[in-house]
Design a protein around this ligand. Sequence first.
Ligand code: PLP
Length: 222
Amino acid sequence: MSIVANLQQVKSDIPSNVKLVAVSKFHPEEEIEIAYTAGCRVFGESRMQELDRKQKNLSKDDIEWHFIGTLQTNKVKAIIPYVHTIHSVDSWKLLCEINKQALAAGRIVNCLLEIHVAKEDTKHGFSIEECRSLLTENDWEDLKAIQIIGIMSMATYTDDTSVIRSEFKTVKNFFNELKDSKFKEKDYFTEISMGMSNDYHIAIEEGATIVRIGSLIFGERK
Ligand SMILES: *Cc1c(COP(=O)(O)O)cnc(C)c1O
């Protein structure tokens, strides 16, 4: 199947109020260009240098670049001039650095707090307890150049859909908790980024507002 056909297939599977991030990591500019021509404007990348190269080579102002990988603080500055949303905020230090660089660049950058619910410890993010403390112990409301628009999570990589579903339910419940507590009256706190190629149907059923899909659109990564 072609990228264009894959994209149409995935889009037809996703309700219009759920945002699709086409995860283009490891795929070359030419393939992004094909998806772009087919109407796709939202792309996800997980490595700073790769994102930076693609952003410059493609130089399309109307692409919304989402950063979805682990981000080191010393790599923040490079992507701040153009990054639309950072999905993978996993420390207070990182949030402060994003704010600092965004302030210097005169931008407001959307951030999602990454929540760890999966069984594998290879996956990053805050435990629910850590995330609660982060928002209790720090003056995040003083960070004027970032906006925490929601939370992001990855489920365990497993064939057992009941495990995946229960992890997504946990994420959704935690989102609701934050919406009713720390983010009460924060209209911008609206996003739940969860669901990838293998589990996005379940994620949507469990309340995802953003799905991040790579291999189903672009094929297997080399
Ligand atoms: C690679 C990646 C995806 C996309 O994964 P696919 O299985 O190819 O859809 C989504 N989210 C994150 C955080 C990723 O690193």
